[in-house]
Design a protein around this ligand. Structure first.
Ligand SMILES: *Cc1c(COP(=O)(O)O)cnc(C)c1O
Length: 407
């Protein structure tokens, strides 16, 4: 492909990599790869090389890159009315909230812009719920305000969601973090949760059903059931962080539906916007009146153009699409389980962690050199392909991954 010849001829123009090095804060470890366009599950770099994308911008582009239907939905709304603020009513967020509630059994939605912000909303709901219900303690603080999360969890990068994140190495440089969080290992069972509650009364429990950044670790279904029952019995809110697991990723619309749960709060982000920033805290009937006017807000929350795109995405995550996700999971597992150099596959749906004998970062680099984009999660290779990735592309990519991993 030689379409870039005139731009590469201008030798003095700095490259994206040079400009980024000079002018963007060095908060990301980047691959030496500049992507210039993408269509569905194919991406192209600045030299015209083609890649099969199994990363979807970290579980964001559920229907692939620049999906035409999603682009049209966003474009139509962009050229109709793009932003109004939440001081006025607009159609797309109203319709999106209705659809989300109908498909989840939740009562109301608070829209924000990132996963961390959706979790901030959940934390505020839990604190206010507990304060309304249990009042002020002898020390002048609310009788219950602590949020319990799990070790190895990831809930975001704001100071409060960092405090919620159960991985010490994220905390070290930023003390003091927001107080009022405690962490337990799922291995300590319900006794561990009860002990934490006895030490510092809990307002809520926040969990990922599949720990994503923690290494694609699926929580034990029986532990989750017992935790849900314990929360109900102790009037502690059950909150599920579906920022990564949501929006069809696990083969259900939301993973809590696969686990048969009725959480009080579900947060989601990444895939819901289809490639633009949108997040949501879904509120069950138990908590939908907790936040009132003035209690919480965000300027960009529920942007009409982004919500129009999300409505298109959500409408297409139907039973056929979800069956396709599960069929692709079955195909990937049948290819990878027992393959040379591969010691296991964890996860659900199209959120999979592959344990490899070779270091995961070496596998990622070798796949990239061979034209396939994959990610890591801790020591595993992480696969997050588009929910509708064409089977021929998936087959080619999995063959490449197998070749790279083979001993
Ligand atoms: C990515 C992620 C977040 C943070 O989302 P941002 O949009 O980066 O703020 C929170 N929780 C989970 C489970 C995630 O995977």
């Amino acid at each position: 492909m030689e379409t870039e010849s005139h731009s590469t001829a201008a030798t003095s123009t700095p490259t994206a990599q040079e400009l980024t090095q000079q002018f963007i804060a060095h908060t990301y470890g980047r691959f030496p790869l500049t992507l210039v366009r993408g269509h569905g599950s194919l991406a192209y770099d600045d030299a015209g090389r083609e890649y099969i994308d199994l990363g979807t911008g970290i579980a964001v582009n559920g229907f692939g890159m620049s999906d035409p239907q999603w682009v049209n939905a966003v474009y139509e709304q962009l050229t109709t009315i793009a932003h109004t603020s939440n001081l006025y009513y607009t159609n797309p967020p109203a319709q999106l909230a209705q659809l989300l509630c109908e498909r989840t059994g939740m009562a109301k939605v608070f829209f924000a812009n990132s996963g961390a912000e959706a979790n901030e909303a959940a934390i505020k709901v839990a604190r206010k719920y507990a304060a309304d219900r249990f009042g002020i303690g002898a020390d002048g603080l609310p009788a219950r305000y602590t949020i319990l999360t799990l070790e190895e969890s990831f809930h975001g990068r704001t100071l409060s969601t960092l405090a919620a994140t159960g991985q010490e190495h994220y905390h070290e440089l930023f003390q003091p973090l927001t107080p009022g969080f405690t962490h337990v290992s799922p291995a300590s069972g319900i006794a561990g949760v009860a002990a934490a509650h006895a030490a510092r009364p809990l307002a809520g429990v926040l969990i990922e059903l599949i720990q994503g950044e923690g290494g694609i670790h699926v929580l034990d279904a029986q532990y989750v059931q017992e935790l849900a029952r314990w929360c109900g019995e102790n009037d502690v809110l059950l909150m599920v962080d579906e920022v990564q697991t949501g929006n069809g990723r696990t083969g259900e619309l939301y993973a809590f539906q696969r686990f048969g749960l009725h959480p009080d709060v579900v947060t989601t982000a990444k895939g819901i916007g289809g490639g633009l920033p949108l997040s949501a805290a879904l509120l069950a009937h138990s908590v939908h009146t907790v936040l009132g006017p003035g209690d919480h807000a965000t300027t960009f929350g529920a942007n009409p153009a982004i919500c129009a795109g999300a409505l298109n995405v959500l409408n297409r995550i139907d039973s056929d699409l979800l069956a396709g996700v599960r069929a692709r999971e079955a195909y990937i597992r049948s290819e990878l389980e027992g393959a040379s150099g591969i010691t296991g596959v964890s996860g659900m749906g199209l959120m999979l962690g592959v344990s490899t004998v070779k270091p995961a970062s070496d596998v990622v680099a070798a796949c990239q050199a061979a034209g396939v984009l994959v990610l890591t999660a801790k020591e595993k290779v992480r696969l997050l392909p588009a929910l509708n990735i064409p089977m021929d592309l998936l087959t080619r990519a999995i063959e490449t991954l197998k070749d790279v991993c083979a001993l």
